[in-house]
Unconditional design. Structure first.
Length: 208
């Protein structure tokens, strides 16, 4: 769920310090330094993607209900070694720190990493979309795929469906399925984590 200072859903604005202009945009390290001075808006949910600052719209009741319902069920379903992260920043490369609405993480199991400070293995990210649908299923999903996130769910509130994206590649996800109420959502990396699509959709969207 994203926006810019101009309130155009799904676009971005790059902000840099006057004394540190970088043609490639911000790094996560510099983003954190700016955040420590209150210069980024990260305390309000702004995120960094490919060196650009993405501003987030105020959360609607339907968005909040969807996140609360799905994250609550996932929390009851995941094994002890999997963490359900809600609205927290996730460093995926040196120029990106997105804030997925929900993420399933497995700490200490990132493939090939021996660094104890390394980010955890990402099993799934979920974005709940209203006005940001085009951005979330387009540029943001493509970024997740390029970063190797194995599975992304886009909860399309208006369309009353969930887009399940798998098989990440450099150009995006190669397997995309649209699931509606009555269908089952299943985390491919952990098939025991499953729920009905209806859990991810707010009750207020029924019959709309």
């Amino acid at each position: 769920m994203t926006d810019t200072a101009a309130h155009l859903p799904g676009t971005s604005v790059r902000r840099v310090d006057d004394d540190e202009d970088d043609p490639h945009g911000l790094t996560v390290e510099r983003w954190h330094r700016m955040a420590s001075r209150g210069a980024t808006g990260s305390e309000f949910g702004a995120e960094l993607l490919d060196g650009e600052v993405i501003y987030r719209l105020a959360e609607t009741d339907r968005h909040a209900e969807s996140v609360r319902s799905l994250s609550g069920l996932l929390s009851l379903s995941v094994p002890s070694e999997v963490v359900v992260s809600v609205g927290r920043p996730l460093v995926l490369d040196e120029r990106s720190e997105p804030r997925p609405d929900i993420a399933l993480l497995r700490p200490g199991h990132k493939s090939g990493s021996e660094d104890p400070t390394e980010q955890p293995e990402v099993l799934l990210v979920v974005e709940v979309a209203e006005s940001s649908l085009v951005f979330d299923r387009g540029r943001k999903a493509a970024y997740y795929a390029r970063s190797g996130v194995p599975e992304t769910w886009i909860v399309d509130i208006a369309g009353e469906q969930v887009l399940v994206m798998r098989r990440p590649a450099s150009g995006g996800y190669r397997d995309i399925r649209n699931l509606r109420r009555g269908s089952t959502l299943e985390v491919e990396a952990w098939p025991s984590i499953r729920c009905d699509v209806a859990v991810a959709l707010p009750h207020s969207s029924e019959g709309s």
